[in-house]
Design a protein around this ligand. Structure first.
Ligand code: DOR
Ligand code: ZN
Length: 348
């Protein structure tokens, strides 16, 4: 008999869908499996104000397949100049769900990000007051910090002190990548939660660099060691409420991925649920998949879980290599493209 698993419809608490033709090409993959998603604001130019977010949300809604019930959750790109009053207005009007910190130059399209953490304190104080979540690309990009230690240093230097300075503020440390990150989140739950991507659960830096350079495994925060991967797998599959699903699916035109100065991020929305199911099965924890994918996230955000369900079956399928984007030579690679996956979503 085919193994089958029915769970509440998941949400993706960390997603990039971009804009324009790319948005139209990638959004249907997420809308097919997920009820809601936190849409990251690192567009060019970024989603900085309530007005920007209203306009972006309209473009997202227009790109949804007919009849889709998917709900985009909008975020504000924090800068040194973000206005606390605008944030509060956007939150109270139901436009913004959260604020996202990109340290300037930490990752893709982050050059407008925060350069001086003293300047964002009034925004954090306001978010604490109104109950708005603070999402972080948690990496210290001081050039003296080794790239593999960026997450741990960010926690020591910034996040730890902020949890004490703003005890009522709820944080999400996005795309956890290290044992240090996993341990910090557990120790500071429920104030702090963390999202975990499919590829940080699957890969080590040896996979990425050990047998030829695999540009599609280049993401930020970078893939780390087996020790880190083990800590992430234990955390995700533990069922503990502080860990939940965030794919960080991040499509790029293939030429940017394969350039000599390659860009971090990979489109994984089509395979995300298949990868998570594989990992949970390997860890003997399929019974915890629903908590990770569909229950823990809503709880941290103070939202109800989805009423609908999806079904996954163990039925092999081959992942397409890429998707085509209308425009000159625009294609985006798909994570695990060309490989056979055991699990698939069969009903959503
Ligand atoms: O690998 C990544 N890609 N990490 C991020 O933080 C951003 C993302 C993107 O937007 O491409
Ligand atoms: Zn991201």
């Amino acid at each position: 008999m085919t193994a089958r698993l029915t769970i509440r419809k998941p949400d993706d608490w960390h997603l990039h869908v971009r804009d324009g033709e790319m948005l139209k090409a990638v959004l249907p993959f997420t809308a097919a499996h997920f009820g809601r998603a936190i849409l990251m604001p690192n567009l060019v130019p970024p989603v900085r104000t309530t007005a920007d977010a209203i306009a972006y949300r309209e473009r997202v809604m227009a790109a949804l397949p007919k009849g889709s019930t998917f709900k985009p959750l909008m975020t504000c790109y924090l800068t040194d100049e973000t206005d606390p009053d605008d944030i509060e207005r956007g939150f109270r009007d139901g436009v913004f769900t959260a604020v996202k910190l990109y340290p300037a130059h930490a990752t893709t399209y982050s050059s407008a990000g925060v350069t001086d953490y003293r300047k964002i304190k009034p925004v954090l104080a306001r978010m604490e007051k109104i109950g708005m979540r603070f999402l972080m690309h948690g990496e210290d990009v001081d050039p003296s910090v080794d790239i593999f230690d960026r997450e741990a240093r960010f926690i020591e230097k910034y996040l730890g002190p902020w949890t004490r300075e703003f005890p009522g503020l709820k944080f999400v440390l996005e795309h956890l990548s290290s044992k240090e990150g996993v341990d910090f989140v557990r120790a500071h739950s429920p104030q702090v939660a963390g999202t975990i991507t499919p590829y940080h659960l699957e890969l080590t830096r040896t996979d990425w660099l050990g047998w030829g350079l695999k540009p599609y495994m280049y993401v930020m925060p970078v893939i780390k060691t087996e020790r880190d991967r083990q800590a992430l797998r234990k955390a995700a599959t533990s069922g503990e409420p502080c860990y939940f699903l965030g794919t960080d699916s991040a499509p790029h035109p293939v030429a940017k991925k394969l350039s000599v100065n390659g860009i971090p991020g990979i489109f994984n929305a089509p395979v995300a649920m298949a990868v998570y199911a594989k990992v949970f099965e390997e860890e003997g924890a399929l019974d915890k998949l629903e908590a990770f994918a569909s229950l823990n996230g809503p709880r941290h955000y103070g939202l109800p879980p989805n009423e609908e369900t999806i079904a996954l079956e163990k039925k092999p399928w081959t992942v397409p290599e890429e998707i085509k984007i209308p425009g000159p030579d625009e294609r985006a690679l798909i994570y695990r493209g060309g490989e056979t996956m055991a699990w698939q979503v069969v009903a959503a």
